[in-house]
Design a protein around this ligand. Structure first.
Ligand code: 13P
Length: 256
């Protein structure tokens, strides 16, 4: 049985004051939740603050970063390494988000270097894949997902794969208010799991958690996460409000 994982990707939002108010309020609603793994993913500037606020408050809430560089250290002005994130007790890192692929030129090869560097530092990657609307309209969803998965997750051991979270984020559903239907999402997730099976083995593929991301809100969370291969959510806009994010976490908890 895969434990659901629900993550709040705050993107380039949330000052220290806003982060503090969020965590204080969110804990009132969610500190006792054990059944779901919760990950708060603030901007780099709030990582230390959020970690400090969560210390000894809940076993289920972890902190993640939104990106990192693949090198361990050195002359890479403006970059952050896996070792620097581990130094802050960070557990997860989002890699290959479509905004990074589209706006910052990240390729599957770059994402793969980062994924391997994250594992080397025992940081767990949340690896994003997903098609654009044009690719969907041309009937290329499976082709794109297969290329992204095989490229981004190349050369990982079975153990590393099991410790990787995959996030299916159709680009056309991100920040648009237009989520994939539960059927569309389930279809893509089943294909992703099948591809992971081909890349490793049955047991490994069955253990990997696959999140859905793209306009997840409290209203659609329950139905999306009720699908067989949807093991959680990666939430953008609706994760900026503690109440709405808590409602999504509860939707994950209340699945049968
Ligand atoms: P929205 O929930 O705002 O659509 O963003 C999804 C996302 O990109 C999470 O990583």
């Amino acid at each position: 049985m895969r434990k659901k994982i629900v993550a709040a990707n705050w993107k380039m939002n949330m000052t220290l004051g806003e982060s503090t108010r969020f965590i204080e309020s969110f804990l009132l609603d969610a500190a006792d939740i054990r059944e779901v793994e919760i990950v708060i993913i603030p901007p780099f500037t709030a990582l230390a603050k959020v970690t400090e606020l969560l210390e000894n408050k809940s076993q289920s809430i972890k902190v993640g970063a939104q990106n990192m560089h693949w090198e361990r250290n050195g002359a890479f002005t403006g970059e952050i390494s896996a070792a620097l994130l581990r130094d802050l007790f960070i557990h997860y890192v989002i890699l290959g988000h479509s905004e990074r692929r589209r706006l910052f030129g990240e390729t599957d090869e770059i994402v793969n270097k980062k994924v391997r560097a994250a594992h080397e530092a025992t940081l767990r990657p949340i690896v994003c894949v997903g098609e654009t609307l044009e690719q969907r309209d041309k009937g290329n969803v499976e082709k794109i997902l297969s290329i992204q998965l095989r490229g981004s997750l190349k050369d990982l051991s079975e153990k590393e794969l099991q410790e990787t979270v995959v996030a299916y984020e159709p680009v056309w559903a991100i920040g648009t208010g237009r989520n994939a239907t539960p059927e569309q999402a389930q279809e893509a997730h089943a294909f992703i799991r099948q591809t992971l099976r081909e890349m490793s083995d049955e047991t490994t593929a069955d253990r990997i958690r696959i999140q859905y991301g793209g306009s997840v809100k409290s209203e659609n969370a329950q139905e999306l996460m009720g699908q067989q291969d949807i093991d959680g959510a990666l939430v953008g806009g609706a994760s900026l409000d503690p109440r709405s994010f808590a409602a999504i976490v509860k939707a994950a908890r209340d699945q049968k």
